[in-house]
Unconditional design. Structure first.
Length: 305
């Protein structure tokens, strides 16, 4: 693999990882076009790690808050001192009569200790479900033809359209963003989201798209669905890296250190940009727009591959 090919694959990964168009599917198609049929799976995972770094950077404040809540939960058994409550998340005092950990628009993932604890549990349960599904799909994915990936693009488009229609209908019935998620993400919701994230491990099906769709179908509002989708991807991607780490030497010998480094840097830079764009589109409820790209892409792939 040349440095140019590695950079192109990194750009593809960076753009497609967060946009709901399936990064693994686009990588498979790009590798097919380049004639790279023997690329170690770990190379794809390392590109995912690079985009994971973009997630951590983008959501660094929320992740830090969740760790503060976790440590407080473990070491104080949920007992929060007034000083910690006031200053843990903000340098400015809370308005009179308002909960110290709440802002005028409460962060539904970590705006309070209770919401943060629910989010932590939701991440754990969703990851367990995703992991169970991922163990199975990891055994069947290498044997799937490229046409399956192209069909997965069309499935992703269907998920995006259906979940967007569902979410907008629920908001119309209940009032804007008035959903069950105001009480935090429940265990039931997290299990369903984990299942949908597991479906996203199949070729051509977007992990972010299926996870966001699953969260919206479970009753999580758009903004929280998008944020949770990327936060819950952290343990999933780390787990995939651990499973494939045994092939680290193979990546270095078959591809080379410099192409891997260039590909990862490209994936990180473009990943951060695409993540910033996607969060704006999620809040505006425009995810179904990507179906206009995925359906023709899937059809063309089915015809020409």
């Amino acid at each position: 693999m040349s440095i140019f090919q590695a950079i192109i694959l990194g750009v593809v990964q960076g753009i497609a990882e967060f946009l709901p168009i399936s990064s693994s599917g686009h990588l498979a198609v790009a590798q097919q076009l380049f004639g790279l049929e023997e690329v170690p799976l770990l190379f794809d995972v390392m590109l995912h790690l690079a985009t994971l770094a973009a997630v951590v950077l983008y959501f660094r404040k929320k992740i830090a808050r969740l760790f503060v809540i976790l440590f407080r939960w473990i070491f104080t058994r949920g007992e929060v001192s007034p000083s910690l409550q006031t200053h843990a998340f903000s340098a400015t005092p809370s308005p009179k009569g308002q909960s110290p950990l709440k802002s005028p628009e409460t962060d539904l993932l970590c705006g309070t200790d209770e919401l943060g604890r629910k989010t932590i549990l939701a991440v754990i349960f969703a990851t367990l479900v995703t992991g169970a599904i991922g163990v199975f799909t990891s055994k069947v994915i290498p044997d799937m033809p490229i046409k399956v990936t192209c069909a997965g693009f069309i499935v992703t488009a269907g998920l995006l359209v259906f979940s967007s229609i569902w979410a907008k209908r629920q908001e119309t019935e209940n009032g804007k963003l008035k959903t069950e998620n105001e009480q935090g993400i429940s265990i039931r919701q997290s299990l369903f989201i984990g299942f949908m994230q597991g479906i996203g491990t199949l070729p051509g099906i977007s992990r972010s798209g299926s996870t966001i769709a699953g969260a919206q179908l479970a009753g999580v509002n758009r903004a929280a669905a998008g944020e949770f989708s990327f936060i819950v991807s952290i343990p999933a991607i780390l787990g995939a890296f651990v499973l494939e780490a045994k092939d680290l030497g193979e990546v270095g010998s078959q591809i080379g250190l410099l192409p891997v480094l260039c590909g990862c840097l490209a994936a990180f830079a473009w990943g951060y940009l695409s993540l910033s764009l996607l969060m704006k589109l999620i809040r505006r409820g425009k995810l179904e727009w990507f179906a206009c790209y995925l359906v023709p892409l899937g059809i063309l792939g089915l015809i020409f591959f």
